[in-house]
Design a binder for this molecule. Structure first.
Ligand SMILES: *Cc1c(COP(=O)(O)O)cnc(C)c1O
Length: 359
């Protein structure tokens, strides 16, 4: 049996929570969704949280709630899951991609300022792999140019930057997809400091409706269900335990992995990195690393092999930005299992297999 790259941890708490909802007969958006929203807002130290059907919907609706649409530009990173760029396209706005910096894999804030034009409306930093982006510089730029900040915190629930939780810097989006640090199968959450944005989000996710069959604006059906919220609530209770185990697993691997061609992940001072992924840089034959790790029973994955603006349909739209750091990074990264279900024996096996790699 090989060690899986990701595995949701589901216990009796989740089972009991789902049964309770099933037996209540209230399956769609109801009291459990409201309960999850309150608990999530408290965890992120923000006044408002709005649950939606997935993380992509969270990003899309957050942009719409900030009034972003055709003619607008949103600056983001090319090195992320496709949903980051696509959510911007879905609104009719144009994503503008700025290169990353090599240590944290996040937006290079030194290059951000040069990408701002009179069309720029928002910055969408991604806290990739669970490491917060450089929020002080991003906040300063946003303030100076009157831009919204929409954090893609899909991989960063529980993370913090200079003591402030990820998700508390403006409007932020989380995913509760099955392999994220906490999950509800599928699910999403928007957190925001703004009462106005929160109210718009509640309308947007529910056909623009406050009172049933009265519709104030064009909206969507992107609601979360009480069944999912019940799972999310049980998971949120376990977030601290899951997170400390992820950090301990990463600390163990950092101490044990010693290979001349491999760089282990680092974390900047003053951040809490929650290790959604534990990602190596391989200077050597990465394909050989993939083959040898898989043969040794160690799950592994490349997040992400192709930059967003280099995906075929972005190329067709005319994207051909030079992003040298991100381009090199896609050639070098390899993620290893770091999830909280790993045993000590699993961790030892992972480190041993990495140290034995012939590259
Ligand atoms: C998972 C993820 C999303 C999208 O979330 P879904 O719930 O899968 O729609 C967006 N951005 C990043 C960085 C992600 O990892």
């Amino acid at each position: 049996m090989s060690i899986l790259i990701a595995r949701p941890l589901i216990g009796r708490e989740e089972e009991a929570a789902v049964l309770e909802v099933l037996r209540s007969g209230m399956l769609a958006q109801g009291p459990k969704v409201a309960e999850l929203e309150s608990a999530f807002a408290a965890r992120c130290a923000v006044p408002h949280a709005i649950a939606v059907s997935n993380g992509t919907a969270a990003l899309f609706l957050a942009l719409l709630a900030h009034g972003i649409g055709p003619g607008d530009e949103v600056i983001t990173t090319p090195f992320s899951f496709i949903a980051t760029g696509n959510s911007i396209l879905m609104t009719g706005a144009r994503p503008v991609f700025v290169d990353i910096e090599p240590q944290t894999f996040n937006l290079d804030v030194d290059q951000l300022a040069a990408a701002i034009t009179e069309r720029t409306r928002a910055i969408m930093p991604v806290h990739l792999y669970g490491h917060p982006a450089a929020m002080d510089a991003i906040l300063a730029l946003a303030e100076r140019h009157g831009l919204a900040i929409i954090e893609d915190a899909a991989q960063a629930v529980g993370a913090s930057y200079q003591g402030r939780p990820a998700g508390s810097f403006g409007t932020a989006c989380f995913s509760l997809y099955a392999t994220k640090n906490i999950m509800s199968g599928e699910g999403g959450m928007v957190t925001t400091q703004s009462a106005e944005v929160a109210e718009k989000l509640r309308l947007l996710r529910n056909h623009g409706s406050r009172v049933r069959y009265h519709h104030d604006m064009l909206g969507y059906n992107l609601r979360l269900t009480d069944l999912q919220a019940a799972i999310g609530l049980a998971q949120l209770e376990k977030l601290e335990d899951f997170t400390t185990r992820r950090i301990a697993n990463a600390t163990f691997l950092n101490a044990q992995i010693k290979h001349p061609q491999i760089t282990t992940p680092t974390s900047q001072p003053d951040v809490r990195h929650v290790y959604h992924q534990y990602t190596l840089r391989i200077a050597g034959d990465r394909d050989a690393a993939v083959r040898q790790l898989s043969a040794a029973g160690v799950g592994n994955a490349i997040f992400y092999p192709i930059l967003i603006p280099h995906q075929p349909f972005y190329r067709e739209m005319g994207y051909n930005t030079q992003l040298p750091v991100a381009e090199q990074t896609t050639q070098e990264v390899l993620s290893l299992p770091v999830h909280p279900a790993l045993s000590e024996a699993d961790l030892a096996q992972i480190a041993q297999a990495v140290n034995a790699l012939q590259l």
